[in-house]
Design a protein around this ligand. Structure first.
Ligand code: ADP
Ligand code: MG
Length: 697
């Protein structure tokens, strides 16, 4: 049997109870899973700290000293045990909330111990909660060098599965391994990237022999992680590119020309023209287009989509546009209907709230080909929605859709239609390569003429008086205002309460104006009505949750106030800001926060006030959020999450991995060479029961 498949409970020091915790908390079921639970940092055991040196900025440290006395505080669940520990330079409290009896019996007074932990200040006293403690051996016997530290959850700690325990279990696991661990990369990859063998890498990541070997081990494991993601993407892109859909848009015909000559509301920007040409070129080849259109908010992506759809119609195809929210779908439908009013093009709207009767009619008209353009939400991808001849699909604001959803649209015709994915969230290159690595990219890098950059200001809660005065002035000169309240993820209820209170408050402050509110739980018809009134300027202030984040377009709205701006990520702030600055007037975005801010938040506010450039914001966002916080990318269809690599820090490793993956697929597109069997095996192991990339298209 493969030792790596050994149930984790059979590793000495684990057992059934702890195994269950490891299963539940960190998805570790087998010995192999355990080995892939990588340390998040290392402590240098040659460095001993003194209590009197401790300050607030210290990470994990070790102290050498004695416990002078134990003391218990509190009752019942609040009970805690405190050991007063000293090394002769000062005192620190060691604190336990769990297993008090056990601890008090285990550790003796007046005996020398090494204590590991992160000191924190509580009630003006330094303490270490649930420290890890070892008896002090003679200086000669004391372990030296780098010791791995592992992330553990609260629950794990409560069951004595703290970092130190994991470290020990890891050692026990290694003791069970008698042969070298099998290699997980092919020889050509190992050679091309100069990588350390898998066995050595795993050993050194957990038990580094020295800093150089640790660095090599990290490089190897990071490379491997990024490499398989890239190999997946490259393989899949190559596969797709080899396929023809034979949906050739040969000509630019009557619909496009009539619209372009008679109904186009303004001349296209050069960037818009360039992108349309790129799409023209793609769709004329007979190969399926998969293109990502990036353009900052307000750059005019919708018009590009519309023009391309007209070309599809000119060539006998239908087109559809999928938006992430109902509001946005409604708005697109409105725009399209208006722009195409005098033309012989039939546009329909299909969302979750379309009535059954109407829905049936739409289904029938799609099949008969009576509908040329269908606009909707993800209701579009339901299996019952079938087209007569769908040739062109536009997905707006892609970051809300996963790869799987995108792929579903491909099945709407005998061959996959051409796909244009539009996003206003500029994606840093490393992320784009990882998440949308299979798409060709077009960029609109120019805003329509006459736009004034939005002025962004950061204000504190207490400056509200001035803010309201400013809003009043703006409305008096004819403008409209958005006020956005944050989404509190834990509780939709709280969220609404926040909004409700905000709404009441604003109504009181501005009795002379009409105020409306908008949130995600309103019925679509209600949202529609609110939106209509706002667009018609019957309402001056819209109080809203982030439902207006994407796409909504009201050029007369010139002020975006973001309450509790500290709760938003940079990309989201930029998206919200993009709702204003769409007309010819000077627009403003006002970020409201409390006075006390973390350094991170302050930095975010600074970036927002300094830059209007979506790319700058996106890069900064990725940097600030750092590793581990890439949930958004996972939703976007990244096939597996990153355990050790970091898209910001490890970009050069990523580029190298991409290069090598491309070379391999070029020479062996189906990974058929005997040496490459290992690559196939790993790909299928890593994809697990998640999305089967091989089957798309
Ligand atoms: P986004 O790229 O954020 O989706 P939209 O497509 O909503 O942007 O366009 C934003 C606004 O710019 C709309 O009001 C649209 O009518 C207008 N617009 C688009 N293209 C041009 C252009 N070439 N010249 C002037 N205004 C334009
Ligand atoms: Mg848009």
């Amino acid at each position: 049997m493969d030792i790596l498949q050994t149930d984790i409970k059979f590793v000495p020091g684990v057992g059934p109870k702890k195994a269950e915790i490891l299963n539940k908390e960190i998805d570790v079921f087998t010995l192999g899973d355990l080995l892939r639970w990588y340390p998040y940092r290392y402590v240098d055991r040659s460095r001993m700290y003194y209590v009197h040196e401790i300050d607030g900025s210290m990470p994990f440290i070790q102290l050498k000293g004695k416990i002078m006395s134990f003391e218990t505080f509190g009752e019942g669940r609040k009970k805690r045990l405190v050991a007063h520990f000293t090394d002769g330079t000062g005192f620190i409290d060691l604190v336990w909330f769990q297993g008090l009896k056990y601890i008090e019996n285990k550790y003796k007074l007046n005996q020398e111990y090494i204590v590991f932990g992160k000191p924190t200040l509580f009630n003006n006293r330094w303490n270490i909660a649930h420290p890890e403690i070892d008896p002090y051996l003679s200086e000669a016997d004391r372990p030296e060098g780098l010791m791995a530290m592992y992330n553990t959850t609260e629950k794990m700690k409560n069951h004595f599965l703290h970092s130190k325990a994991i470290h020990q279990i890891m050692g026990n696991a290694f003791a069970m391994i008698h042969d070298r661990l099998p290699e997980t990369l092919s020889p050509d990859v190992l050679q091309a990237a100069h990588l350390m063998p898998y066995h050595d890498a795993i050993e050194n990541i957990h038990f580094p022999k020295n800093p150089v070997l640790l660095r090599d081990a990290e490089y190897r494991l990071k490379f491997e992680e990024l490499f398989y993601i890239q190999l997946n993407i490259v393989r899949y892109a190559a596969d797709r590119k080899a396929k023809l859909n034979r949906f050739v848009f040969r000509k630019v015909g009557k619909h496009f020309n009539t619209f372009y000559e008679k109904h186009l509301p303004f001349p296209l920007t050069n960037a818009q023209k360039k992108v349309i040409k790129e799409i023209r070129k793609d769709t004329a080849t007979g190969k399926q287009m998969n293109r990502l259109l990036q353009g900052d908010v307000g750059s005019g992506k919708t018009l590009v989509a519309l023009l391309c759809m007209l070309i599809a119609i000119d060539n006998g195809f239908q087109a559809c546009l999928m938006a992430p929210t109902e509001i946005l779908a409604l708005q697109h439908f409105g725009t399209f209907s208006q722009l195409l009013a005098d033309m012989d093009v039939k546009v329909a709207l299909l969302t979750g709230s379309t009535r059954p009767k109407e829905r049936e009619k739409i289904h029938a008209d799609l099949l008969s080909g009576d509908i040329d353009i269908l606009i909707g939400t993800h209701a579009l991808i339901e299996d019952v929605v079938q087209f007569r001849n769908l040739g062109f699909v536009v997905i707006d604001e892609q970051h809300r859709f996963g790869v799987a959803q995108r792929a579903k649209l491909w099945t709407k015709n005998e061959h996959p239609p051409h796909v244009l994915v539009m996003t206003a969230t500029p994606i840093p290159r490393t992320l784009a390569m990882t998440v949308y690595g299979d798409l060709d990219v077009s960029i609109i890098d120019e805003l329509p003429p006459g736009r004034k950059p939005v002025k962004t200001l950061h204000r504190f809660d207490k400056n509200r008086g001035q803010l309201y005065q400013f809003i009043r002035q703006q409305i008096q000169s004819g403008r409209q205002i958005y006020i956005v309240y944050p989404l509190i993820e834990e509780s939709e209820k709280l969220d609404l309460k926040n909004l409700e209170e905000g709404y009441e408050h604003i109504c009181q402050v501005f009795p002379e104006f009409t105020v409306c509110k908008m949130h995600g739980r309103m019925k679509p018809a209600e949202k529609d009505e609110v939106m209509r009134r706002f667009v018609a300027n019957e309402v001056q202030i819209m109080v809203s949750t982030t439902v207006i984040e994407v796409g909504v377009n009201v050029p007369n709205a010139s002020v975006m106030v973001i309450e509790s701006a500290q709760r938003f990520g940079l990309s989201q702030l930029h998206q919200l800001r993009g709702r204003v600055g769409r007309g010819a007037d000077q627009s403003y975005c006002i970020l409201i926060t409390p006075y006390e801010l973390s350094a991170d938040t302050r930095k975010r506010m600074e970036i927002m006030t300094e830059s209007n450039d979506g790319f700058v914001i996106a890069e900064a966002d990725l940097k600030l959020r750092g590793p581990g916080d890439l949930e958004g990318t996972q939703q976007s269809g990244i096939p597996f999450s990153l355990k050790i690599a970091d898209l910001v820090r490890d970009s050069s490793i990523l580029y190298r991995a991409r290069e090598i993956a491309e070379k391999i697929i070029q020479h062996d597109p189906k990974l058929e060479a005997p040496d490459h069997q290992i690559l196939r095996q790993q790909l299928s192991r890593l994809s697990g029961n998640r999305y089967d990339w091989g089957r798309i298209g």
